[in-house]
Design a protein around this ligand. Sequence first.
Ligand SMILES: [Zn+2]
Length: 466
Amino acid sequence: MSKKKEVFKPIRKGKVSMYVCGPTVYGLIHIGNARTFLTFDVLYRYLKYKGFAVKYVQNITDVGHLTDVGEDKIMVGAKKKNMNVFDFVNLMIEEYLKDLKSLNIEKPTFLPRASEHIQDIIDVVKKLIENGYAYESNGFVYYDISKFKNYGKLSGQNPEELQKKVEEEHGSRKNKGDFALWIPSPEDYPMKWESPWSIGFPGWHIECSTMSSKYLGIPFDIHGGGKDLIFPHHEDEIAQAEGATGKKFVNYWLHSEFIKINKKKMSKSLGNIISARDAVKKYGWRTIRYFLISSHYRKEVNFTEGEIENSQKAVDKLMDFVDRLKEIIPDSDYNSDFDKRIRILKKEFEDYMDDDLNVPQALSTTFKIVNETNKAIDEKTVSKKNLGEVLKLIKELDKVLGLKLDEKKQSEISDEAKKLIEERENLRKQKEFERADQIRNELEEKYGIILEDSPNGPRIKLKDKV
Ligand SMILES: [Zn+2]
């Protein structure tokens, strides 16, 4: 709201209430959506890391909304799949949850569905009419933006322009910028509910103010979403929630930037939309997760093969490092200076995260830990205890990054591949190197498993594919 960094002061000591606009469930989410959800996943994780009890709410828009061209994406999606619209939204919610899980995005505390809060929404609309902020017109209910004195404050829109009286095309509205709270349903439309004004469905904006207020109370601490939602969606959420209650809605607004594909906007017309699912399939979830969190959330991300490759290398390096920490048995005394240094780097990581969630810098600090520890291992200046502390720290930081760096790689390997690894070990012992090499190649090509032989047996590296 203030367009500058502010010191975060939670409303209730030790607690954070956070709301993020979730998906409209008409299809699979794309990597731009995934970036938004990952941004707030990292924030959610970091707030918990800092010891806050976080209540995190994300809505699910499972109620149809007519677009400017008069079509409803949910209806279109259901028709395409030849499904009943209610079954369709249920299926799409399941798919959404699968995508969250595939990227190791933690489930919010509550995921309320709009369709299950219609009565709550009607109550808020009634309140807005009562308070003089909304009016009925031919079965529609509109919000009268000229009545809300702070309208346009978040997005910097000119209220006078929005309040211009308009003629025919917006016939039933008083002002050009008035937006619908309730919409009468077309005849053939299956998703509709009784209301005092018409049989219809709620506008999109009202569902977010209603459900955030219901689950978090207002004001609440943090409201997030993609940058594209600032206007009109978030502007309208403020007008509705504050108009209905007379209280401040939200203390801090955070918006994540867009993603571009080879410097081009992702769009239907360019045919360059990449679904989160395809990206995960092609590049592996860790790589995609790393790639999408490694830029600052207020900076545009540019998706290129080169950038993805860099992310893959970074992830590999981190995973190899964790492996190495578990393997190496150093022969040196405990090094208290090294320990001190590691604690300084931990503080540095936190300082960057505290500074408006500076993940790129926090990651570079993580790599300082990796590089300095690797060097110390090579120079034999650290003890087992030192490395135990490093491993503990990396696991802690990984709770924020969400890369599952310590995951037993074994669990990702199929039984078939495990048998081959065993067979190869036996062949090696019998000095049948040619056949052993053949299996090693097969493992890499077919299963994405790279074997590196070490004195303690083969080290297994996975090409980050799932
Ligand atoms: Zn919303």
